[in-house]
Design a protein around this ligand. Structure first.
Ligand SMILES: C[S@@+](CC[C@H](N)C(=O)[O-])C[C@H]1O[C@@H](n2cnc3c(N)ncnc32)[C@H](O)[C@@H]1O
Length: 285
């Protein structure tokens, strides 16, 4: 049985009690600027997120990973760019910016935004690594369009000539290939009382990718406990921290029961399409 430790309080204070280099992987989603108030409990600004990132660097093992899922608010018509500032600050304090991945949603809610910009359907998933990466277990579920075809193992030289790759004999294209770094995931249904849970599949797939069974995973912004549920199901030890007592109780119950909130299915999304969205030609298929 994995060891699950849930702490209620301010992650900035509670992370100080975690030993240096004790965490293999963090999968988390901090507040997005001040987009949500989390029942008035939110105190979030550059000074705070910088300290959180510094603590994350300290507690992460050599070769460990932090996955930081985030987006920007729009203030006076301009995106804040906080996500980018965080990504660059993490680099400044020592992390490698291992990848900038995209969590793509099949839906959006801010119809008003469409008067001036394209539909916002993604969030950033920054993947930071402390020096040389320890673990990568790539998920291979991308259906190959050319499955079964024989590939010759050639590549194009800078001068344009096609040459045979040294040591590569050619291969038959498999049915499934390694996933790309844009993940299209259906958002969580409103089965929990938390205003901003990320999808179970997002947490599950990152945990598989960047950690092994028995490793220790942290979520300092536990919310409704999605990362914790996935860790329990995937046999990873877990430490979760949440400030708000109501969300903490939701997370505790969810993790105890191992509840995966039912994923929203396409039909449910379609029901929610307003006439305005339909006129703009979004079919959500
Ligand atoms: C974007 S939500 C996380 C949602 C979570 N990934 C889930 O699936 O439910 C951010 C959470 O961070 C919590 N939070 C904000 N500031 C915090 C702090 N200083 N320490 C701990 N939790 C905090 C908020 O109450 C909120 O529940």
């Amino acid at each position: 049985m994995p060891k699950i430790e849930l702490l209620q309080g301010d992650c900035l204070e509670l992370m100080k009690d975690l030993p240096d280099g004790s965490i293999d992987l963090t999968v988390t989603s901090p507040p997005y600027d001040n987009l949500r108030t989390y029942e008035g409990s939110l105190d979030w600004n550059e000074n705070i997120w910088k300290q959180v990132l510094e603590q994350l660097y300290r507690v992460t093992k050599e070769g460990g990973v932090v996955v930081w899922v985030v987006n920007d608010a729009t203030v006076n018509g301009s995106k804040t760019g906080t996500s980018f500032k965080q990504a660059l600050y993490a680099k400044e304090i020592g992390f490698n910016l291992h990848d900038t991945m995209i969590y793509m949603k099949p839906n959006f809610s801010a119809v008003g935004a469409l008067q001036t910009r394209y539909a916002p359907v993604f969030e950033y998933m920054f993947v930071w690594c402390k020096n040389k990466l320890n673990t990568f277990n790539p998920i291979k579920d991308r259906k190959c369009k050319t499955a079964g075809e024989k590939k010759s193992g050639t590549l194009r030289n800078p001068d344009g000539a096609m040459v045979k790759k040294r040591g590569v004999e050619g291969w038959v294209q498999p049915e499934y290939g390694q996933r790309f770094n844009i993940w299209k995931i259906t958002p969580e249904s409103r089965g929990s009382d938390h205003p901003a849970p990320f999808p179970y599949q997002l947490a599950h797939d990152h945990i598989i990718s960047w950690s092994n069974e028995g490793d220790t995973v942290l979520d300092p912004f536990l919310g409704s406990g999605t990362t914790g549920v996935a860790c329990k199901n995937l046999n990873r030890n877990f430490i979760g921290i949440e400030l708000n007592s109501k969300y903490f109780e939701i997370a505790k119950e969810r993790i105890e029961k191992g509840t995966v909130v039912k994923e929203r299915i396409t039909e449910e999304i379609t029901e929610g399409i307003t006439e305005e969205k339909a006129q703009l030609g979004f079919d959500f298929s």
